[in-house]
Design a protein around this ligand. Structure first.
Ligand code: ADE
Ligand code: ZN
Length: 326
């Protein structure tokens, strides 16, 4: 349809994407086989049937299990390259992606192996597909502060490759305040900071991400709508929210896309963007996310354009490149 063509046609930036969340079942089985690793499910179809979640934790358990078959640098390269070729077809021209080093270092895969594979694919993607990129190292918030500090140490030799640090995994019970000192050290070392906040957790966690972690973007941020004074502040400082519609639907943050708050966010003046989070698990990449909300909320071409422009505004591209895209 014409609206599909319109969505496909506009250049977009992806700002909330976990590279481990792009692991498609077919590639998972292929990599498992060459690494002599077993998967709990006997076929791609059986694995896909397990992708039904009642909340964030049910998803995370399956997502971490899937990542277990990634061992060699080439595995991380193949994972990242598959993602880039996929979104290249969707007119995604800039990506700022997360990787979760602790998911791998905790099972004996070295930090170097992980980042070198991902980074080499990103460089090839820039050269061969014209996709510019930034890399965000995300701490797993269900692990302790000491583990995050250790991960930050491991990242220092690769500082030039990593733009920012983030915070993800099980939100409720693991508030931003748990990582205040790690983030202070990260900022001292020159990293930008972002954090998942207000996905399942309360609006207070968004305040903490702003006040204690000094973030430049809030990942998700849905629950800000519970607190008028928070919304006012987020609008005033034009704090980007990296919203993930299909993720929200699959993890039951919303029960129906028709109830998705992204149109309301735009109306309130919030700098909301559309992102895919973990597309291999949630049934869609960038364009499917745009199309889902466009159909459910009857978005106009003007609103779609605003969301795409917001993705560049909220990015860490140079001011010149932003101007070219907006
Ligand atoms: N890790 C991968 N996707 C995530 C999400 N949506 N929330 C928290 N942690 C995640
Ligand atoms: Zn996420």
């Amino acid at each position: 349809t014409s609206i599909e063509k319109f969505i496909e046609g506009i250049p977009k930036a992806e700002l909330h994407l976990h590279i481990e969340g792009t692991f498609e079942p077919e590639l998972m089985f292929e990599i498992a086989k060459r690494n002599n690793k077993t998967i709990k499910y006997s076929s791609v179809e059986e694995l896909k049937e397990a992708y039904s979640f009642n909340n964030l934790q049910e998803f995370l358990d399956i997502y971490y299990a899937g990542a277990n078959v990634l061992i060699e640098e080439q595995d991380f390269y193949d994972l990242t390259w598959a993602y880039l070729t996929k979104v290249h077809q969707q007119n995604v021209v800039h990506v700022e992606i997360f990787f979760d080093p602790q998911t791998h270092t905790d099972r004996g895969v070295s930090f170097d192996t992980v980042i070198k594979g991902i980074y080499r694919a990103l460089e090839d993607g820039e050269e061969q597909l014209g996709i510019s990129f930034k890399l965000i190292m995300s701490f797993l918030r269900h692990l302790d502060e000491a583990s995050a500090f250790k991960t930050l140490e491991q990242a220092l030799p690769f500082k030039k490759w990593i733009s920012a640090v983030g915070l993800d995994s099980s939100e409720v019970g693991n508030p931003p305040s748990k990582f205040e000192r790690v983030f202070a050290k990260a900022r001292e070392e020159g990293f930008i900071t972002v954090a998942h906040a207000g996905e399942e957790g309360p609006s207070e966690y968004i305040w903490e991400a702003l006040d204690l972690l000094k973030v430049t973007r809030i990942d998700h941020g849905n629950r800000c709508l519970d607190d008028d004074s928070l919304v006012k502040q987020l609008v005033e400082i034009q704090m980007p929210l990296t919203v993930c519609p299909l993720s929200n639907l699959e993890l039951k943050v919303v029960t129906n896309l028709k109830d998705h708050p992204i149109a309301k966010m735009l109306d309130l003046g919030l700098l909301a963007t559309v992102n895919s989070d973990d597309p291999a698990y949630f049934g869609g990449y960038m364009n499917e996310n745009y199309l889902g909300i466009t159909r459910a909320l009857n978005l106009s071409k003007h609103q779609i354009t605003e969301l795409a422009k917001n993705s560049f505004k909220a990015s860490w591209l140079s001011d010149q490149k932003k101007r070219d895209m907006i």
